[in-house]
Design a binder for this molecule. Structure first.
Ligand code: BG6
Length: 485
């Protein structure tokens, strides 16, 4: 047998990914309005329950706005990227980044979401960031909405439940496409669009306690996001002919817990429930398998005339996804459960797990890449992957994060194998190249970065940046285009 040695394409986009609400801070500076992320409270680990992990209630909003709540909101603080972007981008450039994913905080541009005129100071900030990236030839990859629905839209329409939100989103998209048409080529609409079914406030600014039928509201809101995403794709192609629009899925790959056909069927159903989102974005129509789900759950999506045509006419150009772990499906889920990205899973005895219980499955990434490419035949882009871990700063200031290097190396190896399998892969963006505020727990101690940020869970610290061992390792990976791992 001849040994096959896969290689990454020459123009492979190596880099890292972030979200405005997890890095910028400056939540009320220069005209920015509040967004969904600005309401997320920090809850210390010993007080955290599954119920308060991510969802927000109307009562919490009221207490926050009235000043009754004394809770901290770490996503308002981020890591002060707003004032330190030059220093941060210089560090990314030192690692040799080819691409950097960030989101535009929608409420910096349209403070209430429904405003007619954009906020010039907000637009200028991203101009500055894109110019700084261009200085180092770093390609920006921009998410339009990363859990950052402006609160004004929640107040007025209960977020994406209201059909009006489509128009406001499209106006926002058009504004930034026009403004940055010479600076940004790669876009995506909604980060991990599937989160709407798990945490509708996070994904869509929807307060479930305001709805008589929350499940109906979620899928209606999702329909509005699908239509908005297709219309934004249309606008991008009109305004930036060489622009590329992607959709973004938290890929939750499910294996059957046993070879029992009932578990195999359950895994297939769980995978369909996850791939449904990319099916609509890429194939431009609702898949047949969802019809049964909608009937069984009494969901009636209200569509306007023309919606189906819009979805069909403007599918995405490429598929982006996050991959952190795989999960197990069982018809009778019993046994040890472990934490995971957005959802828990039964524990897989063949896998190790992170400090937060997320199961580490590099081969699963190869499986996912092959499966997505087989299914859509569109270029793929891994826009999030990484290990959230506790880091220890040594006395001399060094951070020996061998566990992180090990995690990333194993995933990149499998990614390379997938490229060898024939997958068209555009790039790899490690999550949180500079430590940032955790999405699910609002902790700082859950660190993903190559660059350490001196800040703790309570918000104390100098915010100074320092290079971890993984910084030097990733620099070599990029320099060698994935040859030296
Ligand atoms: C993804 C999100 O789900 O996972 C990111 O798109 C998030 O915003 C990342 O930060 C890691 O999750 P966490 O909860 O560890 O921050």
């Amino acid at each position: 047998m001849t040994k096959f040695i896969p290689e990454f394409p020459k123009n492979f986009l190596w880099g890292g990914a972030t979200a405005a609400n997890q890095i910028e801070g400056a939540y009320n500076e220069d005209g920015k309005g509040l967004s969904a992320a600005d309401f997320v409270e920090y809850i210390p680990k010993d007080k955290r329950t599954k119920d308060n992990a991510m969802e927000i209630t109307s009562e919490q909003i009221r207490r926050t706005l009235s000043g009754e709540s004394t809770a901290r909101h770490p996503k308002r603080e981020g890591i002060d990227f707003y004032h330190r972007y030059k220093e941060d981008i210089a560090l990314l450039a030192e690692m040799g980044f080819k691409a950097f994913r960030l989101s535009i905080h929608w409420s910096r541009i349209f403070p209430n979401g429904y405003d007619e005129i954009p906020n010039e100071a907000g637009l200028q900030f991203y101009d500055n960031v894109f110019d700084e990236l261009a200085k180092y030839n770093i390609e920006p990859v921009v998410t339009l909405s990363h859990y950052e629905t402006p609160y004004g839209l929640t107040e007025k329409y209960n977020g994406w439940v209201g059909r009006e939100t489509i128009d406001h989103f499209v106006r926002y998209a058009e504004t930034v496409f026009k403004r940055y048409k010479d600076k940004v080529k790669y876009w995506m609409t909604f980060n991990e669009i599937n989160i709407i079914t798990i945490s509708p406030f996070t994904g869509a600014g929807i307060l479930s306690d305001k709805e008589d039928n929350p499940i109906q509201a979620k899928y209606q809101g999702l329909h509005h996001q699908f239509v908005a995403s297709a219309l934004a794709t249309k606008k991008l192609h009109e305004i930036v002919p060489e622009g590329k629009m992607g959709c973004m899925l938290a890929r939750m790959s499910h294996y059957p817990n046993t070879p029992n056909p009932v578990d195999v069927l359950k895994a297939q159903q769980d995978n369909q429930a996850n791939l449904f989102f990319t099916d609509v974005h890429a194939r431009g129509e609702y898949p047949k398998y969802m019809e049964r789900f909608f009937v069984e759950n009494d969901i009636h999506i209200v569509k306007e005339t023309g919606d189906d045509e819009i979805l069909k006419q403007y599918p995405v150009d490429y598929i982006t996804f996050s991959y952190y772990m795989s999960m197990l499906s069982s018809d009778s889920p019993e046994g040890e459960v472990t934490e995971g990205n957005l959802m828990n899973s039964l524990k897989n005895p063949y896998l190790e797990a992170s400090d937060w219980g997320w199961q580490i499955d590099p081969i699963g990434l190869r499986v996912v890449l092959n499966e997505l490419y087989d299914r859509y035949q569109l270029p793929l882009f891994i826009v999030e992957n990484g290990l959230g871990a506790y880091d220890k700063v040594e006395e001399d200031g060094a951070i020996h994060d061998t566990y992180r290097i090990d995690y990333l190396r194993k995933h990149i190896e499998q990614m390379k194998e997938a490229v060898g399998d024939g997958v068209d892969l555009m790039g790899y963006l490690a999550w949180g190249p500079i430590d940032l505020v955790s999405m699910s727990t609002s902790e700082m101690s859950k660190r993903y970065g190559f660059v350490y940020v001196d800040k703790d869970d309570e918000g104390n610290g100098t915010l100074d940046r320092s290079r971890k061992d993984s910084f030097y390792w990733y620099k070599k990976v990029i320099e060698s285009n994935g040859e030296v791992l």
